[in-house]
Design a protein around this ligand. Structure first.
Ligand SMILES: [Zn+2]
Length: 136
């Protein structure tokens, strides 16, 4: 088959797919709202973000602490990072976390949970498609 014909074939296949297959549900990446105060960065909506991505607050706070090399403390709905952070590094780290520990690699949906396998091993289990992915 020539490349042109192959392209036509693909076009036909996509054109004939039912709408719901081609339309993927959009996942809105959560974003931290934060401000700096003295030498601290205060994330105002930490709990709201954690609730949205359905992860343990400590899981995310420890990840941020390690990635940013900053001591952190959860205070009610807020997360306090013991350094003044400029730019949007905090949200960049949040995005990395979501892509690694929340979004299913197979179906790209966020309906997942983390399963402890013992010996420090963890799996990301997708509730939509059933995929299991080892995570570190
Ligand atoms: Zn999946």
């Amino acid at each position: 088959m020539s490349p042109e014909n192959y392209d036509k074939l693909l076009d036909n296949i996509y054109a004939n797919l039912p709408e719901k297959v081609t339309k993927t549900e959009r996942f809105e990446m959560p974003r931290f709202e934060y401000f700096t105060e003295g030498n601290k960065t205060i994330v105002k909506n930490f709990k709201a973000v954690v609730d949205k991505i359905r992860r343990q607050p400590e899981f995310l706070s420890k990840h941020l602490s390690k990635e940013l090399a900053v001591p952190v403390e959860i205070q009610g709905d807020r997360l306090i990072l013991a350094r003044k952070l400029t730019g949007d590094i905090v949200n960049k780290k949040l995005e990395e976390f979501v892509l690694k520990y929340v979004i299913c690699k197979q179906c790209k949906r966020p309906d997942t949970h983390v399963q402890e396998m013992g010996h420090g091993l963890r799996q990301l289990v997708c509730e939509s498609c059933g995929a299991r992915m080892a995570i570190r």
